[in-house]
Ligand binder design. Structure first.
Ligand code: SF4
Length: 703
């Protein structure tokens, strides 16, 4: 074992992976990160999962981009280009920073000046800091002249946020996940925390061990169910039926909190009317859950002194994702399980800074702090603040931007740290769109699949190489510190955004990340009383803070909601089937998600040696019974096909996957699951239906 005195230095920072936001200590020796330890942060109390502890060496990968690249004039730009089998020099040539930045900026300015700002778009990243998100959306709005700016929140909790803003006036969680320890009943639905939020899962397991009721609801079995008082496996896509049946029991048996509803909630009569026909007996077959279990879940949740709900992509990534979230909000509001410690609504945020990036305005319909771009008064105040007139129309979302490229409406993009060539649904369509762009600038640390289509690639900094703040799922704003310098000629992301801004006609002057934070905080009331200096001193502050120097409010909605009239709003949901249901040709349900060891599109974790050694290849998981029915054998290569394409993957036997289902992670570029997924959107949150489409499987002939 290595003694601590052998390190050359240690730096306190935060984990770069999931939204839990574990605080870390990075240990450096001979200019390399050699060990990462957990710190006593509010979200992790010294704990780390396998990604946080062993996933750090991607930072030192020999694959890091170290010089700016410009696409060669003779290089192909086709949608199906696959650089895994090509040399970088076949496509790109190295360039000086001056040439690359000038090429990047002049291409953007040309499109803006000839076609207008609406012909441009930008994707920022939830992996970046709050300061980078703020600067990026400011550049797109102020410099490009459009609200076509979005990021991967559109692919994860956009529907949850749509429902939360509509129902309770805020997209943020109402209580931290550590409040599971104060709850009497914990509901985890459509989330797999042991895989995707592993340190948060330790709190849920502890609560169960302490005797609290733990209700885990998911179409796939999962590890957390072993700790649950109520493990409930239900039919995929039947979320609204199940939630309405639970609401039916609470209404029918008068388990709701009449006093709380009268004081704080509108819409109860319409909800009561809607759920009347959703008796557990009527819904049992639809959901694949017995009426008795539905009643037990409803009674356990409603009658507990303190109940809290956690949810994830299983709720949000549906064409009825907003309806699913509306059901959860209704559960919380009619029972008064909100606004007190141990109660509330908590959409578990996926990426390390997806909360912060959304707060900072990296979304097409809102400025920082969720103020609508279409509100003339709000827009006037931002025009005043930024000194430019701004686009009055809301911008396009992630998938809409790809469609707009195909339609010829958008011809230039700036993408920072996002990898839509892997993360977008219907991947062939997305990659063909990227290839069709007249001008694509990608800023990243690796030559990602998105870079394959770029005209200019700007080598940027990894999280362990820069200052910045990150807001985790608990609304805790935390500071990240640099442990290493970026490799070669790679530069800080915020500096590159400023370079582009000034080369397309703006005049931005910042003397460091702290100055960016201070400007951002001055237009974000949510960050009141949280100064850069305070973050440097305290490392983590929860927003909102009510008074100078005061503690952050961990629990919000203690006396009503931040809506126009201070009241919550119930929105009943109807049954709508998934967009594409199994049929004779495609008889199985395909669902996608993540693995414990890999994070999102795998750009980082697939270059982390330990993590990629544990999960090194693309898999398709099916129940052993289903495998037997198909006459397959685990370990063989199979083809998975949907109406959008076919890919091959190694078949894995997995008892957690229900009969009739296939599960595929979307992080493997050799088996890219998003070739298969359905781009159909939820009408409110504009999120695609990653969790459900019709598929079929077949044997692959061995060579
Ligand atoms: Fe990092 Fe999330 Fe693991 Fe914590 S739980 S160490 S934040 S990946």
């Amino acid at each position: 074992t290595r003694a601590i005195h052998e390190f050359d230095g240690t730096v306190d920072s935060v984990c770069p992976f999931c939204g839990v936001g574990c605080q870390t200590t990075i240990n450096v020796k001979d200019g390399r990160i050699v060990q990462v330890d957990g710190r006593d942060g509010p979200a992790n109390e010294n704990r780390l999962c396998v990604k946080g502890r062993f996933g750090y060496d991607y930072v030192m990968s020999p694959e890091r981009l170290t010089k700016p690249l410009i696409r060669r004039d003779d290089a192909p730009k086709a949608g199906d280009i696959d650089m895994r089998f090509m040399k970088v020099t076949d496509i790109f040539r190295e360039a000086s920073w001056e040439e690359a930045l000038e090429r990047a900026a002049s291409g953007i300015a040309k499109i803006r000046d000839e076609r207008g700002g609406g012909a441009l778009a930008g994707f920022g990243s939830a992996k970046g800091s709050n300061e980078e998100a703020y600067l990026f959306q400011k550049l797109i709005r102020q410099g490009f002249g459009t609200n076509n700016v979005d990021h991967c929140t559109r692919l994860c909790h956009a529907s949850s946020v749509a429902a939360l803003l509509e129902g309770v006036g805020s997209g943020a969680v109402s209580a931290p996940f550590t409040d599971a320890l104060k709850a009497d009943c914990i509901v985890v639905i459509g989330a797999r925390p042991a895989t995707n939020h592993p340190v948060a899962a330790t709190y849920f397991k502890q609560a169960a061990k302490d005797g609290k009721k733990l209700i885990v609801i998911d179409p796939r079995r999962q590890e957390l169910m072993r700790h649950a008082s109520h493990p409930v496996q239900f039919t995929p896509g039947s979320d609204v039926a199940l939630l309405n049946a639970v609401l039916h029991v609470i209404v029918d048996e008068k388990l709701y909190d009449e006093q709380y509803i009268q004081a704080h909630v509108d819409g109860f009569d319409a909800l009561r009317e809607k759920v009347r026909d959703f008796s557990p007996e009527a819904m049992a077959e639809v959901c694949g859950v017995s009426a008795e279990t539905i009643r037990d879940v409803a009674r356990t949740y409603a009658t507990a002194e303190r109940s809290i709900i956690f949810w994830g992509m299983g709720i949000s990534q549906h064409t009825h994702g907003t309806d699913n979230s509306r059901g959860l909000i209704a559960l919380s509001l009619i029972t008064g399980h909100v606004g007190r410690p141990g109660t509330g609504l908590h959409p578990l945020r996926g990426q390390n800074n997806v909360q912060g990036a959304s707060d900072a305005g990296l979304i097409p319909m809102m400025y920082p702090d969720y103020r609508l771009v279409e509100n003339a008064d709000v827009r006037a105040s931002m025009e005043d603040f930024w000194g430019r007139s701004l686009d009055p129309k809301r911008g396009l979302t992630v998938v809409e931007i790809m469609d707009a490229i195909h339609a010829g409406d958008i011809s230039g993009m700036y993408i920072m740290g996002e990898n839509p060539a892997m993360s977008d649904p219907d991947q062939h369509h997305a990659r063909a769109a990227l290839a069709k762009l007249d001008h694509l600038v990608v800023q990243d640390i690796f030559l990602t699949e998105t870079c394959w289509h770029a005209d200019v690639v700007l080598p940027a900094s990894a999280q362990a190489e820069k200052w910045g703040t990150y807001t985790n799922t608990n609304r805790q704003v935390q500071i990240g510190r640099p442990a290493l310098d970026p490799p070669g000629e790679a530069r800080q992301d915020w500096e590159l955004i400023v370079e582009l801004a000034n080369r397309i006609g703006l005049d931005w002057q910042y003397d460091g990340v702290g100055a960016v934070y201070t400007e951002m905080a001055s237009v974000m009331p949510s960050l009141k009383h949280i100064s850069w200096e305070r973050l440097l001193a305290e490392d983590s502050v929860t927003y909102p803070v009510s008074e100078p120097g005061g503690f952050g409010n961990e629990v919000i909605f203690t006396d009503g909601f931040p809506t126009a009239d201070g009241r919550g709003r119930l929105v009943p949901a109807d049954l709508r089937p998934p967009d594409e249901v199994p049929d004779e040709d495609y008889p199985l349900v395909l669902t996608t998600g993540r693995l414990l060891e890999h994070w999102h599109t795998g750009a980082m974790t697939r270059r982390a040696t330990v993590l990629d050694d544990i999960e090194p290849e693309g898999i398709a998981a099916m129940n052993p019974r289903e495998i037997g029915r198909h006459g397959f054998k685990p370990g063989q290569m199979i083809a998975v096909e949907t109406r959008r394409g076919t890919i091959q993957a190694v078949l894995r036997a997995d008892r957690e996957v229900a009969d009739g289902m296939i599960f595929m992670p979307f992080c493997f570029n050799e088996s890219p699951a998003n070739v298969l997924t359905n781009p159909q959107l939820d009408p409110f949150g504009k999120i695609p239906e990653f969790k459900y489409c019709a598929a079929r499987v077949s044997r692959v002939a061995q060579a």
